[in-house]
Design a protein around this ligand. Structure first.
Ligand code: TMP
Ligand code: MG
Length: 198
């Protein structure tokens, strides 16, 4: 049974690409609408995949969303919303943390979705902080495209080859550039751990 939160409440939905984060965010937002809660969703302007004005999952689930570039602008747009959804939170500048804190302080239910790790397997943007602050975290898994086991990592492929560790972190895309992989099949050429460097 879903817990009923009192006052502000922060939920984080995270995991690798193709794990169903946006689908789960949309599911929760639709349920909030059924419960007659004033509901609004935001996404970073950078993410124009599928639709500029909606959060859309790889499988086609969607919910209208306001594209914003600066997280502080979000505070000016929430009006009387009781439930606030934020997709692709890893792309927002660090101000997103204070914006989310302010929303919960104002008593909102905030549902944040985003990638925990980038293609290198390193924590992505403000997601680690948002996960630490969360009242509730859902970490979703995908299926490894190589072996069919549980996938927790995102493989970036450039011309069919694993992207190198020093490639730029941001590359908006979907199936043409990314696959879900398990820990065994996740490859990042050039990745070393500082502690064990010669
Ligand atoms: P998704 O989590 O909804 O599948 O979308 C993740 C977005 O993040 C997608 O546009 C690809 C992008 N991305 C990066 O920019 N860098 C990365 O390292 C990874 C894994 C994804
Ligand atoms: Mg998504």
């Amino acid at each position: 049974m879903e817990a009923v939160a009192q006052g502000g409440w922060l939920e984080v939905i995270t995991g690798c690409m193709f794990s169903g984060k946006t689908e789960e965010l949309v599911r929760r937002l639709r349920r909030a609408v059924i419960a007659k809660k004033a509901t609004i969703a935001f996404k970073p302007g950078i993410d124009t995949r599928y639709d500029a004005m909606a959060v859309v999952s790889h499988s086609g689930f969607s919910f209208n969303a306001v594209p914003i570039d600066n997280p502080v602008a979000l505070l000016r747009r929430i009006e009387d919303a009781e439930v606030v959804g934020i997709d692709e939170a890893q792309f927002f500048s660090p101000e997103i943390v204070d914006v989310v804190k302010e929303l919960t302080r104002r008593g909102k239910r905030v549902i944040v979705a985003g990638l925990d790790l980038d293609f290198r397997g390193e924590p992505f943007g403000s997601m680690p902080v948002l996960m630490a602050l969360a009242d509730e975290i859902t970490k979703l898994h995908a299926i490894c495209t190589v072996c069919g086991n549980i996938a927790t990592k995102t493989q970036r492929l450039i011309d069919g080859r694993p992207a190198r560790y020093d490639d730029p972190v941001i590359l908006v895309g979907g199936l043409e550039s990314y696959e879900a992989r398990c820990n065994i099949h996740h490859e990042v050429p050039g990745k070393t751990l500082k502690l064990f460097k010669e």
